[in-house]
Design a protein around this ligand. Structure first.
Ligand SMILES: [Zn+2]
Length: 114
């Protein structure tokens, strides 16, 4: 396998991110990610949640970095987009601690989100 194809698959289940059904895990804060994976590991969303539940870690919006990739990204080779922000926001009953950061990230993206 070439270095490139290695980067484009989940280090746990080995599914390729070129498959539109495989979603790359969101960017988490380092202290959260370090409880789930090594720094150099890349995980898909499914494996991230699997590890979190095995380790009794409840992921929430506040664990996500306020970066554009978490707000919206396009799935490989498809017109579909996916938002980790929306995914986690659905679950939240109270405002996350880093809501201000999120608002800034969303505002940066707002022309695109239209
Ligand atoms: Zn995986």
């Amino acid at each position: 396998m070439s270095g490139e194809s290695r980067r484009w698959c989940c280090d746990d289940c080995r599914k390729s991110f070129r498959d539109p059904r495989v979603t790359m895990a969101p960017m988490l804060h380092d202290h959260v990610w370090s409880r789930l994976a090594r720094e150099d590991e890349t995980l898909c969303g499914v494996c991230m949640f699997k590890r979190a539940s095995n380790r009794h870690i409840k992921l929430s919006l506040a664990d996500l970095r306020a970066c554009p990739a978490n707000v919206e990204f396009y799935l490989q080779h498809t017109p579909f987009h996916f938002s980790w922000f929306e995914f986690f926001a659905k679950d939240e009953s109270e405002a996350p601690k880093n809501l201000t950061e999120w608002e800034k990230a969303l505002r940066r993206l707002s022309p695109k989100l239209g």
